[in-house]
Ligand binder design. Structure first.
Ligand code: HEM
Length: 205
């Protein structure tokens, strides 16, 4: 029998995809402003000045929706001693030997660390972005602070960009994961293999 287990509500999925789409817009407009090699991307946003005007607003929209998303998943991403064990057994993780690993709950340690990477870098982007936001905030703040903020902004952006590449790669790598965020369900076999403690909790088996 092919079982199907509910993993996300429609609200959670809508929120996730809004964050994902807005993240892509923030990343493309940000890269356009970051280096001349990416400058051609300004055409997607109506030219240079519009890219510069829109980018901070896009960032604020992403932050707001991310806060709602993260608030819903916060509790499920707390790091446990079993997660520390799991992290030490990367060889077994990479070779798909899940039977040798502590049973993960709804999220495994890799997903949790990535979640906290997002939770740290997205507010850092917002705070450093506000500091350098012309003409609203930057003119009223010390130039030394703005210099630090520019570096923090670029570093946090690279961290989250790499993090999201890993996030998407993991979704493709672990077959059957994407449907959790498209249909809201996963197969019983997927849950049993990758998130056994959660599987037991959901099915009572
Ligand atoms: C095309 C891009 C993306 C795809 C295909 C994707 C796909 C997915 C999938 C399938 C899940 C469910 C994983 C599971 O339940 O085990 C998920 C979870 C999640 N995604 Fe994405 N995602 C994308 C972009 C993003 C972006 C840009 C963000 C945030 C900036 C994000 C944040 C999250 C969060 C917070 C979770 C819940 C994981 C947790 O709480 O640990 N995703 N994503």
């Amino acid at each position: 029998m092919h079982t199907s287990i509910k993993r996300y509500t429609t609200t959670e999925r809508s929120n996730h995809w809004i964050v994902a789409i807005v993240f892509v817009l923030a990343a493309l407009s940000g890269l356009a402003l970051f280096h001349p090699a990416f400058y051609f991307l300004v055409h997607l946003f109506g030219g240079g000045p519009w890219t510069r005007i829109l980018h901070p607003f896009i960032g604020v929209v992403m932050f707001v929706f991310f806060v709602v998303l993260a608030a819903g998943f916060w509790r499920l991403n707390r790091i446990t001693p079993a997660d520390r064990q799991w992290s030490k057994r990367m060889g077994d993780v990479m070779h798909n030997r899940d039977d040798n690993l502590p049973e993960p709950g709804k999220y495994n340690a890799g997903q949790k660390y990535l979640f906290w990477t997002m939770v740290v870098s997205i507010p850092l982007l917002l705070i450093s972005g506000v500091v350098i936001w012309q003409p609203w905030f930057a003119p009223f703040l010390p130039v030394g602070l703005q210099r630090v903020a520019v570096v923090v902004h670029a570093l946090a952006a690279w961290i989250i960009l790499l993090g999201i590449i890993v996030h998407i790669y993991a979704v493709i790598w672990v077959k059957g994961t994407l449907r959790a965020m498209t249909r809201g369900t996963v197969s019983g076999a997927w849950a049993k293999h990758h998130h056994r403690a959660w599987y037991r909790e959901m099915t009572g088996k």
